[in-house]
Each structure stands twice: as C-alpha cells, then as structure tokens.
Design a protein around this ligand. Structure first.
Ligand code: SF4
Ligand code: SF4
Length: 341
C-alpha cells in the first residue's frame, strides 16, 4: 500500500480513493453502510459532487458514523461566482464545516474554461469560499486533455481530475507528467471506464500502477468496496495475465468505447454525442432513476432527433459508428424503461 502527496495541496492520501457516483443507485441505508465500510477499511479520500443527486447527503450521513479522518472532495457545475452558494449547500449536505478539495466540475471546452476564469466567474467564487475558510483547495475536473493541459500550465489549480483507464490511457502521456512538473495533484476518475470494464483486477491495477495519481473507483456494494481495497492492499503491479487481458479488451471495445473527446462535434442536431454514445455506462453508474434527472432526460430526448446525416462520422478519430450507436442505445434505454414500469 502506498500514500500519495496531492501536489502542492500537500495533502497525503492513500493511493486508492472512493468515488461517489454509483452510491446513488442503492437505498440510503446500504449506501451509508458501504461508505462507512470503505472508510473503516482505510479509504481516506471521498469524492462526490453537487450533481450526484443524493451522494453528498449520503457521504454526510456516513461521516457521522465514523471518527476516522477523511479528505473530502466535491464539485459544482456552476460557472459563475454563484458557485459560492453551491459550496454552502455541499457543506450543509455533508454536515461539515469545510470541504478540503472543491472542483469546477467538468470544464471540458475552452469556452467554459474561459467563462469560469472570467471576472465574477466560478473560480472567483471558489477563491472567496477559500478565503472564508469553507474550502481548502481549488481543483478542476475535465474530460478534455487539452483543457487540463492549459489549466495546469496556467497555474490556477492545485489539483485536477482526469479520466484514466486502459481504454483511455492518453492522460498518462499528455497530462500526468506536466502535473508532476507543476506540482499539481491528480485524481484519476473512471478507472473502470465509467462502468464499461467489468474486470476489476486488470482495470484497477492499471490505474494504481501509474505513479503519482489517485484512482477513485466508485462502489455501491460492500462486495465491490472490499474487492477494490483488496486489489490495492495486495499490491498492484500489472501481471502478464493482466496485460494479455487488457489487449483483448482494448480490441473488443475499440470501435464502441467513446473517449469523450468531442472531436465529432458540432452535431447538426445539437446532440450531445458523447453522452448518448456512452448512455449504457451512464445508466449503469447513475442507475435507472436517470430518467428523473431533468438535464439527462433532455439529452436523451434530444438524441432522438439524430437524422443519421453522417456528418459526425469522419470527425471521430476512433471510427465509432455514431448514428448506429445512438439508435442502439436509445432502443436499449426504451426497453429498460418499459421493464421498470
Ligand atoms: S449523424 Fe446524428 S449525431 Fe451525427 S451529426 Fe448527424 S444528427 Fe448529429
Ligand atoms: S464519438 Fe468519437 S469523436 Fe465523439 S466524443 Fe466519442 S470518441 Fe470522441
């Protein structure tokens, strides 16, 4: 087992953290006991978000049941200085006086990046929250390596969060060395590629064996939390068998897995392509109640307008059959919703 220093935050945490997305899809009692168990096992960094419905609230309930010290990480998608109100709501939900790491959530294009850093943007709101002692450190999460590179170069953030798995390994070349050089802490989200990879061993060992980053896999069951911790505790060098399996899985998902790069945009129908192409993984992580979350519902409904014009196809560097995947995912989603009725 190993501890990692999160860049110039100077926080030292276990190399395995915990992510708060999947916990939304189980009942409250189970959720709280899983979070509590993860902390009792030794996890000392819990990541959640304003956008993860009941996740912050559940983290708050679990924290009341343990005395173990935990680094808390949360985030907000608000792009203006009003993010300050979200910080206050995070504190209220988690019943704490301070959140250690607070991120600007999913700043994945340069327009958003410039918006959050503009006067009265979200970055200023977080600086006020830090001055007022509500948070300790300001971070940024993004699905775009280009945005992350720029954010690290410009030096505003003490910690960043990037997607990283064996299906999405590019951050290891493009972002992690720069973060190390600039002394920025790195949290690695989606070690299972957002629920796409079912094989925990190769997937988690791949992320854990990358120096200086802290993977934050989510777990909604005790079994899953224990499995993650066991992989961590037993040592995590990639075995020859892992490497072979990774190659097989990479081939299997090659023309299906969306890397969320957005090169396919703009869509003629303004569809959020990466969302709908990755819909199965979203539902797997967030649970079927996705249907009730307004913004997700809107994105799903909008995707029904795909005209199959094909304009996005040559722009996808991974040659994903985008209109086919959209059709397939919407049909799958509709049948899932019919079963739920
Ligand atoms: S094929 Fe569908 S998703 Fe692609 S650009 Fe056309 S409308 Fe958009
Ligand atoms: S569909 Fe292709 S181009 Fe679009 S976000 Fe996914 S991987 Fe990138």
């Amino acid at each position: 087992m190993e501890k990692v220093r999160l860049g110039r935050t100077n926080l030292i945490v276990e190399k395995l953290g915990w992510g708060g997305i999947p916990i939304q899809r189980v009942g409250e009692r189970e959720a709280v006991s899983v979070i509590q168990a993860a902390v009792e096992m030794g996890v000392d960094l819990l990541d959640t978000a304003r956008a993860y419905t009941n996740s912050e609230h559940r983290v708050g309930l679990a924290l009341q049941k343990t005395d173990r010290p935990v680094i808390l990480s949360s985030k907000s998608p608000i792009r203006t200085a009003k993010i300050y109100n979200d910080v206050q709501e995070s504190l209220k939900q988690m019943k704490v006086k301070k959140v250690n790491l607070y991120h600007l959530h999913n700043v994945s294009n340069f327009e958003d990046y410039e918006r959050v850093l503009a006067p009265e943007g979200a970055y200023e709101g977080l600086k006020r929250a830090r001055d007022d002692g509500l948070i300790d450190h300001i971070g940024l999460t993004s699905h775009s390596l280009n945005v992350l590179e720029r954010a690290i170069e410009e030096g505003h953030f003490e910690v960043i969060m990037a997607c990283y798995s064996f299906l999405e390994p590019e951050a290891a070349k493009k972002v992690f060395p720069l973060a190390k050089e600039k002394d920025v802490g790195v949290l690695a989200m989606k070690p299972y590629s957002g629920g796409v990879i079912d094989e925990a061993g190769p997937a988690l060992r791949f992320s854990l064996s990358t120096p200086n980053v802290v993977p934050i896999p989510g777990s909604e069951t005790l079994e899953k939390a224990r499995e993650n911790w066991k992989i961590f505790a037993e040592g995590y060098s990639l075995t020859e068998k892992d490497k072979e399996r990774i190659e097989v899985l990479r081939k299997e998902f090659d023309r299906q897995f969306c890397r969320r790069c957005d090169y396919c945009q703009p869509c003629t129908e303004k569809i959020n392509i990466q969302f709908v192409v990755g819909l199965k993984s979203v539902i797997k992580r967030f649970g079927p109640h996705t249907q009730e979350v307004g913004w997700m519902k809107n994105l799903i409904e909008k995707a029904r307008n795909c005209s199959e014009c094909g304009e996005c196809l040559p722009r996808c560097p991974y040659q994903l059959p985008i209109p086919d995947l959209i059709k397939e995912n919407l049909a799958w989603f509709d049948s899932l919703m019919n079963q739920e009725k």
